[in-house]
Design a protein around this ligand. Sequence first.
Ligand SMILES: O=C(O)CCC(=O)CC(=O)O
Length: 270
Amino acid sequence: MQFATVNDVILHHQLIGGPAGRPVIVFANSLGTDFRIWRDVVVRLAGDFPIITYDKRGHGLSDLGQVPYSIDDHVLDLAALLDRLAVKDAVICGLSVGGMIAQGLASKRPDLVKGLVLCDTAHKIGTTEMWNARIESIEAKGIESLADAVMERWFTPAFRRPENAAYHGYRNMLTRQSAVGYTATCAALRDADLTEETKRLSVPTLCVVGDQDGSTPPDLVLSMARLIAGARYEVIKDAGHIPCVEQPEILTEMIRAFIATLPAGDEPHG
Ligand SMILES: O=C(O)CCC(=O)CC(=O)O
């Protein structure tokens, strides 16, 4: 575990070394989660690739910084973290708002990005009214008041069985998240429309979505995939919004197969 100060915030991150000459895979997490959601994918890839996971500002053990945020704040944080770690030409695998950060990074700093894996995300997520209602509700009643509804979007009924300890653990992750960091990121999502930037992307891209995603459903993810020249689109069966938790094996194999299609390089990493 490591901490780095970038753009005046401390970002909690983890760098797991891997063979030289393989692209670094960077995982960016979703709203209300921290980097532990990637654990079951990371353990399957560790040893074959260098890996970076990090908590975006306002999440996990990272600082809050100035609130509210814009999507650019999150993009510039990831760019600064990768510069700090001397990483270029990485594969950025982003989930939901993490996928928007990945799209923004590829647009603003193409030197950092060799390929994109866009999981359960879009060029625009939700409406101004929806995000404002969520912010107001959390400011009035806290994250707990919305937690059951969020769980229904994140996970399939099979995962939400009362006897599934993992379900309760991820619910704890959400409800213990900083409400201020959460609503500050809701504001970033509300104000972000990446349609024009995403249309101009020319980096190899894989778009994936859980077939039962209640936050960014398959049709929305497909509409993003259609904006990106040459992007591939895959649906993961029996998964909600967070396939790295529900179907880590399948997602890992998709990531491996995608990376195998990328031109080989000699990517530097610190
Ligand atoms: O997960 C995200 O990063 C944003 C999409 C969302 O609203 C997730 C949820 O349904 O709570």
